[in-house]
Design a protein around this ligand. Sequence first.
Ligand code: C5P
Length: 283
Amino acid sequence: MSLLTATARAKINLTLRVVGRRADGYHLLDSLVAFTDLGDGLTVETADSLSLVLTGPFASELTAESDNLVLRAARALAPDRGARITLDKRLPIASGIGGGSADAAAALLLLDELWGLSTPPDRLHQIALSLGADVPVCLAGRPARMGGIGDELLPAPELPAAALVLVNPRIACPTPKVFGARTGSFSLPMLGVPDRISDVSQLASLIERGGNDLSRAAMSLVPEIASALSAMRHQAGCYTASLSGSGATSFALFADLGGANNAAAAIKGERPNWWVAATRLST
Ligand code: C5P
């Protein structure tokens, strides 16, 4: 019997511009995506039939029904194969840090190995895209400049070592609702993104210049996001703060994990009901 495990790491949209809209309603993006050390845990084991067990602090907010993205990923990869999958749900759901997308991407990679399929990378990318616009970047698992609806992945600039505080006010923020609430014209893609970002203050400038075009819409649906951003910006050592994806998780940028841990503890003390975490930015 084989058993494989992986961490399905949270993604952060350091910048996110909405640059257009396709005829099918999907939005075209220009987003600098990076990953953190935090993630859900995924385990796959050989079994005759396909099953999913949910554990962890956010397990009760999901169901292990057939529409779960992890089970959809498994069936899309090989409709008739069996596996016992355990998902340790440590990240809040519908929160803009790609928990579900990262779980699906990790499931594709682990099951491909468990089942010995050696699926070609192009095919894995196509399956990932069929599961959700953020799944391809999670499959790549490294910083990327994301274009199209999430399907075009260009190399990201080299990023400096940095730490993040993530804050989620524990209110689900469904992506379709946020895109639906967005108003105004489209942005231009970011110009002049350097190949290398040498330090944290340069990264903070880039985050501020890029912005997040979904912030206003997300805040109109979940006003607590504004409180979370304000709480982060008041912490010592915070370089900048912004929204990730369609929210409701915001992130704040720090030079090191020590500073991020102190800020996370202070915010948690003030708002015990919020989900607050400190992590490293994966470079
Ligand atoms: O692809 P995914 O299932 O994650 O997208 C959920 C919804 O978010 C889509 O149905 C669409 O309404 C919206 N969306 C979008 N443009 C994107 C990604 C998502 O409009 N690039």
